[in-house]
Design a protein around this ligand. Structure first.
Ligand SMILES: [Zn+2]
Length: 302
């Protein structure tokens, strides 16, 4: 069964002026339900991430400022959202959801978070619409609890997961792999275990070739026992921030490649969403829905 993390709290609306299209968190589950790709039984409501769990990854100082809403204007600005207690609580549920997805992936082969992939959050600060680093928190919890021993992060968001790279820099049990736009945010990049930078306007054929040349070898060399897949759709040509040129079909082929490789290698894969900023929100929602459809098809023949 495809387990999907979803909660009312994911639907928190940020002011209209923000460029981050939060409405996708409502539209994706609605569309998948309506078309029959999933039923209400697929959803699970994640728990709240505890303070102790936050501190596996984030500094006590940063957490204290989030908890007491005392980030300075200068510290809050790079995050890009107005800081509210609701936004912090939302982030805690989403991060725990990513951890729970990993556990469900171990049980069912795959599991998905309707949100998550907040890969620009560092241990001591947030930026780029990211407050907590859900994949790093989940990885640290899995490692410390003996629930995984070698984790591969496949981050195909068009923006480099600078937070992932920095947090996992000294952690040999987590391999951070990122394919991203060379000329895109973050302009000062961190060093992942493997970074592949793409030129502006890279299209389907070249993208899929690079992924196909890299990921199978990486899986066989690193031998992960769990994969986090950041399946962001800001690689689309229609994306306002992305600068690459993938079609929706190319984006789907990318998802299918990652999921098929994981399934064939019998490595559980937990999927988080990441970004998507096409002018038409329908392009974003449709491309994200394709990831869920692919997971149902590939893992459950649905
Ligand atoms: Zn992105």
């Amino acid at each position: 069964m495809l387990k999907i993390a979803y909660s009312e709290v994911f639907r928190y609306q940020v002011p209209e002026k923000h460029r981050f299209p939060m409405q996708k968190y409502t539209m994706i589950p609605e569309r998948l339900l309506k078309e029959g790709t999933i039923t209400a039984d697929n959803f699970f409501a994640p728990k709240l991430l505890s303070e102790e769990e936050i501190l596996t990854t984030h500094t006590a100082e940063y957490w204290h400022k989030l908890k007491t809403q005392t980030l300075s204007v200068k510290e809050a600005r790079p995050i890009g959202f107005e800081m509210t207690p609701e936004l912090v609580t939302r982030g805690r549920y989403i991060a725990h959801a990513t951890y729970e997805c990993a556990l469900f992936a171990k049980q069912f082969g795959v599991a998905m978070n309707v949100a998550g992939g907040t890969h620009h959050a560092f241990a001591d600060h947030g930026e780029g619409f990211c407050v907590f680093n859900d994949v790093c928190i989940a990885s640290n919890l899995l490692l410390s609890r003996g629930e995984a021993s070698r984790i591969l992060i496949v981050d195909l968001d068009v923006h480099q997961g600078n937070g992932n790279a920095a947090i996992m820099k000294e952690e040999p049990r987590v391999f951070v792999f990122s394919i991203h736009g060379a000329k895109n945010y973050p302009f000062r990049k961190q060093i992942s275990d493997l970074d592949i930078e793409l030129a502006n306007d890279t299209g389907d054929a070249e993208y899929l070739q690079i992924l196909g040349d890299t990921l199978p070898k990486l899986i066989s060399d690193f031998q992960p026992d769990l994969i986090f897949y950041q399946s962001a759709v800001d690689v689309l040509a229609t994306d306002k921030l992305g600068k690459l040129a993938l079609t929706p079909e190319g984006c789907l082929a990318r998802d299918e490649m990652v999921l098929t490789l994981a399934k064939d290698a019998q490595i559980p894969v937990a999927i988080v969403m990441g970004g998507g900023y096409s002018e038409d929100i329908n392009d974003v929602v449709e491309a994200h829905c394709n990831t869920f459809r692919a997971a149902q098809r590939i893992f459950f023949n649905k």
